[in-house]
Design a protein around this ligand. Structure first.
Ligand code: ASP
Ligand code: MG
Length: 451
């Protein structure tokens, strides 16, 4: 396949461009580094105040100050036995960090002359199940937030926390205030959910590996989910799932880049996630691959010389599934010994030792000859909604890698993703090669990229 043609064309304004005239409902979420100290909190208050000054109704969701949740978790760990990690008392401790930052942001806003008040999760209430430390939001009932923000009062909500039906305080899992923000945006039927963080958007690949990586102007929810679950690290995966389900548009922005010179400059475009299809149509048409994602936490197991009989693969994967071990890239090939096959698959490095142990126990039953484990592999994926309708995306990937003598061990595909498993030592090189091969590094590219 020839190189994809990315041509410039006039683009519709993104929901995240901030070109609206005000009088919208907006949720603004700030992560730990954005509220790390009093100066940072004042900066946040100015960003929030600028949106309120435009006439928007604003709800703010905050994380704990950077490092605070770790500190609280260490305190709780130090005074409890192992089982405590999922108790209500543990969550009582963990949830405290967000309460502090919500109160501080409200205080800063009031000192600047804005009407503002802070809200704990239970005051809204954000109802969750009682799975402490990893609770899921069940629903947010009718609540006074909408009326408060329409009346010009800025609501500052403690992220990461909720309340179970039994009345205990719960937390949503690490990174969970992203999910709080999306849930609040859905409950308020907000026009958008701005997630301010220490990066200024979602990139075509990791800029530390490929300096030519570009910030994406927009990305679909499905693509983001593939990126997020592979450790792109910008958002909690659950928040993206919830945004897709509830039709919430997320804008990822930097809270440090905003210069605050004029009210208009407070809204850096960042990356929009999951904009309504109509808005995206012209951009997505010409946009085949959105990103290249490396995953260095992959490992591989090869089960050598398994009898080529029905049910042997089932034995292997059932044993691993029963231990909740996720596996993804499976390859089966004939063995050198007649009537036998080799089965290799990838899994998360953190599950490798457990998987080896389980399969070693089942050696007789499965009937294989040898087991090989390999930590020095990386999974490289190319992701793009355009591959649903374009041929040759896989061929481009394999050609580019082979031209650079990078050998592929395993392959897996989905509708919008192709992943390959390669030797870890080539992973940075592979990322750069693929970024180039799909035209993501081209200077003239403008589709899907921030201008
Ligand atoms: N403060 C919590 C954490 O550190 C939640 C969050 O920041 O999203 O995981
Ligand atoms: Mg986070």
């Amino acid at each position: 396949m020839s190189k994809p043609q990315n041509q410039s064309s006039p683009q519709k304004a993104s929901v995240c461009d901030g070109t609206d005239g005000g009088s919208q409902r907006i949720v603004m979420k700030f992560g730990g580094t954005s509220v790390a100290d009093p100066e940072a909190i004042e900066r946040v208050a100015r960003l929030v105040g600028a949106e309120a000054d435009k006439g928007n109704g604003v709800a703010v969701v905050v994380s704990a100050m950077a490092g605070e949740t770790d500190r609280l978790a260490a305190l709780a760990d130090g005074l409890s036995d192992m089982g405590a990690v999922q108790s209500q008392d543990y969550d009582m401790v963990l949830a405290a960090g967000e309460q502090v930052s919500a109160g501080l942001v409200a205080l800063a806003l009031r000192r600047m002359g804005f009407k503002a008040r802070s809200w704990a999760g239970w005051q809204i209430p954000i109802i969750t199940d009682k799975d402490h430390a990893k609770a899921r939001i069940i629903h947010i009932p009718e609540n006074p937030l909408g009326a408060a923000i329409d009346g010009g009062e800025i609501a500052i909500i403690a992220g990461f926390q909720g309340i179970s039906e039994e009345g205990t305080i719960t937390t949503l899992g690490r990174g969970g205030s992203d999910t709080s923000a999306v849930a609040i945006a859905a409950a308020l039927k907000a026009d958008r959910c701005d997630i301010y963080t220490d990066v200024d958007g979602v990139y075509t690949t990791d800029p530390r590996i490929e300096p030519k990586a570009r910030r994406l102007r927009s990305i679909s929810g499905e693509e983001m989910l593939e990126m997020a679950s592979m450790g792109a690290g910008v958002l909690q995966t659950r928040s993206v799932e919830l945004a897709i389900k509830e039709g919430v548009t997320i804008c990822v922005r930097s809270s440090f880049e905003a210069p605050l010179k004029t009210p208009d400059e407070t809204s850096q475009p960042g990356t929009s996630i999951g904009e309504p299809q109509g808005n995206l149509a012209d951009r997505l048409e010409q946009h085949i691959i959105t990103g290249v994602t490396p995953d260095h936490k992959a490992a591989r197991i090869s089960v050598m010389s398994v009898p080529d009989l029905p049910g042997r693969a089932a034995l292997i994967f059932r044993a691993l599934a029963d231990a909740s071990i996720n596996i993804d890239m499976i390859v089966q090939a004939p063995s050198r010994i007649n009537g036998y096959a080799n089965i290799s698959f990838s899994l998360e490095e953190s599950d490798l030792a457990r998987a080896q142990e389980i399969l070693a126990h089942q050696k007789e039953i499965i009937g294989y000859q040898a087991l090989h484990a390999d930590r020095s592999v990386s999974k490289i994926s190319v992701i793009g909604i355009g591959m649903k309708s374009h041929a040759g995306v896989a061929a481009t990937m394999f050609e580019a890698l082979s031209k650079h003598n990078i050998n592929i061990h395993n392959i897996a595909t989905s509708e919008i993703k192709i992943s390959v498993l390669i030797e870890a030592q080539y992973s940075a090189h592979a990322v750069r090669v693929l970024h180039e091969a799909y035209g993501l590094s081209d200077d003239e590219i403008s589709i899907g990229e921030s201008g």
